[in-house]
Design a protein around this ligand. Structure first.
Ligand SMILES: *[C@@H]1O[C@H](CO)[C@@H](O)[C@H](O)[C@H]1NC(C)=O
Ligand SMILES: *[C@@H]1O[C@H](CO)[C@@H](O)[C@H](O)[C@H]1NC(C)=O
Ligand SMILES: *[C@@H]1O[C@H](CO)[C@@H](O)[C@H](O)[C@H]1NC(C)=O
Ligand SMILES: *[C@@H]1O[C@H](CO)[C@@H](O)[C@H](O)[C@H]1NC(C)=O
Length: 377
């Protein structure tokens, strides 16, 4: 009984294997293919007909074994099927269909069935894996104290379990910043709480930092933990600027010689140039020095020595150039404004003196009158 049944089973298996071998020999299709999400993708099958066979009809079944598309090879207007696919051109004895825009739901195995006469139907199978890549926005710069948002996206949120952001500082150590997992709230690591936020999303993930500090500089990696493909990531780097607030100071170092300093604290270091209106009374080129500050900024001092007569005649400006500024900041040594101010002050002083004098006179006149009255009584 058992022997008989096992022989029977073996025979069945052999027959089905033979049949399968014959079928596989008849229709060929790529076994497994990868299709990028949101792009068109073309599936194809090829049939080798037996002698005397003619192809009557082609059918395509989707991942749920439902009819995707059917057509009669000789009749162009015989195509019928679902909206999101169309018949693609293909060589003789083969069939191709294009999925207009691949989505997560298109993942699975497709069946192509060639109805041959008189030998019958032959079918082939081709399986599709839908893929996506993590893309990050380009590198960013932010101004210290302001806000910045970094973002990454992945086209197949259905496959993502968790998104994790890591920060890698210049020295190379990497530490987690924030993460978001399906059906939970974003987790912000303690050092970043209250100034870092993460969106509730497994597709486009946006990490916001406000206010940004110099310590936030470095590269950020967004890691998408996907199933079954595994970890997918992209990196975006952040540069943090501290904008310069330049100042000019000057003093007489010896009679007729003025030493002027233009200073700017910034990150990265600013470039300082002097603008002296077409005059040659500067005593040599400016001397620039840099001093690293403990907080990641650099103090740049540019010292220019000029003949004091120069300041009366032309405007001397210090121009501070910085990557974070649209145009350089100009600081004038205020010579011309200085004279205007001096004139203004003298005019005001003279006017005040006049007013005070007038008041004094009036007061004196009235007092005398009063005194006169007292004396009469
Ligand atoms: C579709 O049919 C094939 C065999 O024809 C079977 O192996 C597969 O499980 C079916 N798929 C679905 C979703 O029913
Ligand atoms: C972003 O910055 C990093 C480090 O500064 C650099 O290696 C990378 O090439 C930059 N990427 C782009 C797209 O500019
Ligand atoms: C300019 O800077 C130098 C170097 O820090 C300093 O020795 C000098 O006293 C400064 N001069 C003025 C006018 O501030
Ligand atoms: C500076 O300019 C004056 C006239 O403006 C000229 O006489 C003098 O030779 C110049 N000096 C130098 C060093 O170029």
């Amino acid at each position: 009984m058992t022997r008989e049944s096992s022989v029977m089973r073996c025979l069945q298996l052999c027959v089905s294997l033979l049949v399968a071998a014959r079928l596989q020999g008849k229709v060929t299709a790529p076994e497994r293919q990868e299709a990028a999400v949101e792009l068109p993708f073309t599936l194809s099958c090829m049939v080798s007909k037996g002698r005397g066979d003619s192809l009557r009809r082609v059918r395509w079944l989707d991942v749920k074994n439902q009819t995707l598309l059917t057509y009669l090879p000789d009749q162009k207007d015989s195509v019928s099927g679902q909206q999101h696919v169309e018949l693609a051109s293909s060589p003789k004895d083969s069939s191709a269909i294009t999925i207009r825009r691949v989505s997560f739901r298109d993942e699975g195995c497709y069946t192509c069935i060639f109805d041959l006469y008189p030998s019958g139907s032959q079918e082939g199978r081709t399986c599709l894996t839908v893929t996506s890549r993590v893309t990050a926005e380009g590198n960013k710069t932010a101004v210290s104290g302001k806000a910045v948002a970094l973002s990454c996206s992945y086209g197949l949120p259905e496959k993502v379990h968790q998104v994790l952001w890591r920060h890698t500082a210049d020295r190379g150590e990497s530490s987690p910043v924030a993460s978001y997992a399906k059906r939970s709230d974003p987790m912000i690591e303690p050092p970043y709480q209250e100034r870092v936020w993460l969106t509730h999303s497994l597709s486009t993930s946006q990490l916001s930092i406000r206010p940004v500090s110099v310590q936030d500089e470095g590269c950020y990696t967004c890691e998408y933990n996907t199933y079954p493909e595994g970890l997918k990531s992209a990196t975006v780097c952040l540069a943090v600027f501290v904008l310069p607030k330049p100042q000019v100071s000057y003093k007489n170092t010896s009679p007729g010689v003025i030493e002027a300093n233009c200073t700017a604290v910034s990150r990265p270091p600013a470039e300082i140039v002097w603008n002296v209106e077409r005059d040659n009374r500067t005593m040599g080129p400016p001397v620039t020095s840099q001093l690293q500050q403990g907080d990641g900024t650099t103090l740049v001092i540019s010292t220019l020595t000029v003949q004091s007569g120069l300041l009366k005649d032309v405007s001397v400006k210090c121009l501070v150039h910085h990557k974070g500024l649209e145009s350089p900041i100009a600081v004038s040594m205020n010579t011309k404004i200085g004279t205007a101010l001096a004139i203004l002050i003298s005019v005001t002083t003279v006017a005040s003196l006049l007013v005070i004098g007038l008041c004094f006179c009036l007061w004196k006149c009235f007092l005398r009158k009063d005194e006169g009255v007292v004396q009469e009584q």
